[in-house]
Write a protein that binds this ligand. Sequence first.
Ligand code: AMP
Length: 195
Amino acid sequence: MAFNLILFGPPAAGKGTQAKRLVEGRAYVQLSTGDMLRAARKSGSDLGKRVAGIMDEGGLVSDEIVIALIEEQLALHNNAAGFIFDGFPRTVAQAEALDKMLESKGERVDSVIRLVVEDAAILARIGKRFEDEGRKDDNPEVFGKRLTAYNRDTAPLLPYYTAQGKLNEVDGMVSIDAVSAQIDRVLEAHNSGRA
Ligand code: AMP
């Protein structure tokens, strides 16, 4: 049975960085819907063309599309020891769909780790990422819309997972290593049955 972990937080909270660290040395698979959608755009596929405008405007792609992407990946990596969900789910409908998908495999979301970061810190980070990587949707105007989408559509997942007793919070304002160390502690506690 795979270990299913959700890394949760606003855009630029450090989810991708931490997901990559978690898969290193473990037989875990990182499932980033943002990476999948960017790959679709790069390949010039129909899907890529359909989502380009929404992504460039900082909106959310439809639940149907991202749920199908995740479903496909779960089936593809049937033997993975675990999955790190990064940037998915982003709406309550996506979270419910994920619960159903995992349930049909006799599994569940094992843990949700929220990276807690202040808005001011996110804005500073994103300014740097925009300079380094030049992602169009990191420009200040579009990023503002992505934050709005997070607060409106994604933040309601916090009570959803709190009600399931799965939410763990770590301080996302410290160094990358220090965030990793906190995540490791949550996972150790989980494995010993305490979280
Ligand atoms: P990310 O790299 O995770 O910030 O995702 C980049 C963009 O892809 C987002 O701003 C959305 O337009 C789209 N996207 C990624 N994941 C999702 C998702 N789970 N639901 C809806 N849209 C998504």
